[in-house]
Design a protein around this ligand. Sequence first.
Ligand code: MSP
Length: 663
Amino acid sequence: MPDQKPKFYLTTPIYYTNGLPHIGHTYTTVVADTIRRYKRMRGYDVVMTTGTDEHGVNVERAAQKAGIPESEFVANMAEAWRKLWDELGIPADEFIRTTDLKHVRTVQWLFRLCRENGYVYKGHYTGLYCIYDNAFVNEPKPGNLCPDCERPLETLTEENYFFKLSAFQKPLLDFYKKNPDFIQPESRKNEIISFVEGGLKDLSITRTTIRWGIPVPGEEPHVFYVWFDALTSYLSAVGGPEYEKRGYWPADLHLVGKDIIRFHAVYWPAFLMAAMLPIPKQIWAHGWFLMDAAKMSKSKGNVVLPRPIVNMVGMDALRYFLLREVVFGQDGNFSYDALVTRYNSDLANGLGNLASRTATLIEKNFAGKIPKPAALLPQDEALAKDTQNAIGEVLERYEKLEFGRALEANWSVVAAADKYLTSEKPWALSASEADQARKATILWTTAELLRIVTVLAHPVLPDSTAKVWTLLGQSGTVAAFGLDGLRWGQLAPGTALGKLQPLFPRVDKTEAIERIEAMTEEERNPAPAATPAPAPAASAPAAGAAAAAAPAGTAQIGIDDFTKVEMRVGEVKTAERIAGADKLLKLTVDIGTEIRQICAGIAQFYEPEKLVGRKVVVVANLAPRKLRGVESNGMIVAASVGPDGRPVLAGFHEEVEVGARLK
Ligand code: MSP
């Protein structure tokens, strides 16, 4: 029997491959994953795509800088993106790369359709061009200088294919009118309508000055330029020219950041109209996560990374924070302080505490089996009614992508349960028959509430709700529970509870933030392994900041290269462990001219106290860097011994003067 489920197709933008994912990208992908889980629980057959946008000058340059071919560069980057999404539990159902053959074919096919229908023509594009970077520049620096290399720009004219965007002003405005929900939120819709009303210029969609792009068939050296290529990926991911066979096109929802709404709400429907293909149903533009009120960027050095947060408080906590903290559609500030505060209050003290309290009381009073409720008192009925009402409200909020509100409504039920337990005090009741019956009612009511809250929270907290599901002894998976069938009163008495697993262990805020920051610092500036890689026993690699051992067979260096390295005798003054970094020691070392702070990856082999007073070899002219958030200003030299590369500090058998240079 064919699958009768209604289909739902949603996408995230495809991300540029000249950088690695940060919390902003994670946000869009988390939102998409939450919608996917929610829709599946409502009976939809959902496909979610994400992917990588791999063409263009920036990639050409980055690959050149890395000294590898573009294809290898983008393959590495795409793998890094895909791996992170897998690791975070938010993988795409279809991961599309713009270098995939199926995408290349789709772009060429879409171009042919637009051209056959008379919406593409050959023309000339004139712009400011940087002959050093080989790129047109849209926003030159004052004085017509290149924003990258700051050299003077030249005016250049090249042959391009143009898309007749100007022909779509009226069709687009009509379309927006007929489909009032096409652009969300409302404020963005108004912005786009005014933009289109202001008139549309034709769009250059190919280039001859770029090499790294999809070729325009029979028109080489033309390659497709940025958006014609990128937007088409949404269609390539679900069948391209054969989209009808798979049945997911048109997309139900394109999730985008507010920065790219115009391309999605103006160009994309126009391309599709020109090709006479179905238009997606909705474009939803969310706001940005800001760091100290500024957009995150690598150059500002304020990029928040997901991994360190997940290592500290778990992915569910990150998901909860991203969705709870800001109104979907608006900008929000990212702060570790707010993240950890929410974690402790809403997750550790909220849901986590309710689950463990309920389970422990049932364990103690009813031998771990869900009790059968007896006569209901008004307060039991009131709680049941509020919870039942919350189901409707939470679902309605999810439906409108009001994630914060959905969570707020669900958590108000958690708070009501806490209050209920505190006032009913089941722990204070006696073992008399009447008291036992009352206890049974209270604990069944609490467990039933917990079950409902768990089902409703599942799209946002997939891992922890699965644990509560097991704890409540429920059959099947919470993911497979149909949201439309969720009602108060379904919890079967007599069900044996499962194992209580830690959900959200409370954390010390200061310590948690320090650790997240240290891990972030390390990921931003990856340090080579704290202990040197195994190398021939006779070599003497360093155990500090740049401890990578020269592999056997490396090219020889001249004396000039060697003399660039300034090695000096140092004396350890203090040594201590670094919280959260079990391999590192923080040392202060006298090198004759000054006392330096140096981190060394020797903590597993040297007791800090025993190092004080010891003479060591220090690489003194190494650029300072941070390891686990701690500044390291130099490097301690050690041999790497045995198959595990155990560090053995280089030293002297006779008295040497502190500060003496090694030659
Ligand atoms: N490659 C284009 C999109 C092509 S889609 C056919 C692109 N890529 S991007 O790597 O710059 O990522 C864009 C998306 O990442 C944004 O639209 C947004 O969804 C997300 N974010 C990037 N930084 C962000 C924040 N600081 N906050 C929230 N989301 C942001 O543009």
